[in-house]
Design a protein around this ligand. Structure first.
Ligand code: SF4
Length: 344
């Protein structure tokens, strides 16, 4: 795509998107507000979660933490608890830290400039652009996968979206069609990308910009976007021991950054005297972004109080039961295991 055309050549496309958005915007709770805190939380919640799956989580989160101050003052474990079910717990940790940053560095007032928003922990260019355009009239396109897909199809542009320059390239391309109301334009692109110009089987007949869409007129939609580099997926084996006695079991909080930071887990090793209590094992497969996990969980039913007490004291594990575990956040496969474990 040659980008030295005057922006006005394509501006009608952005205006048509705005008109479509005015009549077809999804009726979502965060669409009724320009509160940057709520827009921020919703952008993070819905980054990897479908709207209907994440809506209850979003509402519960906002109910418990209605503003930056409440969130900043909360215990991290409680924030993680309210994030339960959304996965990507590092995002919850970052949200919490960013709220504290706003309290400390911005006197509790959400920054209104793109560059300042970008300094907040866990906020990248896309989220900063979305917040600044929706809440403060910023003029930066919130480029994400939806933009890549819609723009590459619209212009039948074969720029590789796995190229490290893709973000800059599509940001520039977006400015060609971007009208003055960038906040609504960004939201229109989000809606068009998820509702109409879907990755598979786009609804071109209903698309407000189909008359301008080059891929559509060439009948080459399947060719766009171009992505050459596949992200490698790593296979990873983990071992856990579900050490339990009289309905209680042992847990600890993870510290390392590798995966599941700050979530709770079972012991990853046991003493040889503990091994004698192993009654079986189960392998659970679980997918994370770019990782396929194979998790073997040994069930250890401890019948000796003395050995149990010694193991707990030596390793400083916490003791909990199924009910108590609801107050803590576990990785999904371990949480599922807990719910089923004591039934077997
Ligand atoms: S016409 Fe089809 S391919 Fe083109 S932007 Fe619309 S939905 Fe996407």
């Amino acid at each position: 795509m040659e980008k030295n055309n005057a922006a006005s050549d394509f501006l009608h496309i952005g205006n048509r998107l705005l008109e479509w958005y005015r009549n077809n915007a999804r009726d979502l709770p965060f669409r009724q507000t320009k509160d940057p805190y709520k827009i921020w939380i919703c952008e993070i919640v819905f980054q990897q979660t479908r709207i209907n799956q994440g809506l209850n989580h979003y509402n519960n989160f906002i109910k418990r933490f209605p503003d930056v101050k409440t969130l900043a003052e909360a215990e991290e474990n409680e924030v993680l608890l309210y994030w339960k079910g959304l996965g990507y717990y590092s995002r919850a940790i970052n949200i919490h830290k960013a709220a504290q940053q706003i309290m400390n560095d911005y006197h509790g007032v959400f920054p209104n400039q793109y560059d300042e928003i970008l300094k907040l922990k866990g906020i990248g260019k896309y989220t900063a652009a979305a917040i600044s355009s929706i809440c403060f009239g910023g003029k930066i396109p919130a480029v994400d996968g939806n933009f890549y897909r819609v723009l590459s199809r619209l212009f039948a542009d074969d720029f590789d979206i796995s190229n490290s320059r893709a973000f800059t390239y599509f940001s520039e391309l977006a400015t060609l069609v971007m009208p003055d109301n960038v906040g609504d334009f960004n939201q229109a692109m989000m809606d068009i990308g998820s509702e109409i110009c879907k990755p598979k089987n786009p609804l071109c007949g209903e698309c407000p910009i189909n008359e301008d869409c080059l891929a559509f007129s060439l009948q080459k939609i399947a060719n766009y976007p171009v992505k050459t580099k596949k992200v490698k997926t790593e296979d990873l084996a983990l071992t856990y021991y579900f050490v339990h006695r009289n309905g209680e079991f042992l847990i600890r909080q993870r510290k390392d950054d590798f995966i599941w930071k700050k979530l709770f887990e079972f012991p990853i090793s046991v003493s040889s005297e503990m091994e004698t209590f192993i009654t079986g094992s189960k392998t659970v497969n679980h997918k994370l972004t770019h990782k396929n996990l194979s998790i073997e969980i040994f069930k250890v039913e401890v019948t000796s109080e003395e050995i149990w007490n010694r193991f707990v004291a030596e390793n400083q594990y916490q003791i909990t039961d199924v009910e108590g575990s609801h107050e803590k956040s576990f990785p999904k496969p371990l949480e599922n295991y807990i719910q089923n474990s004591l039934k077997d």
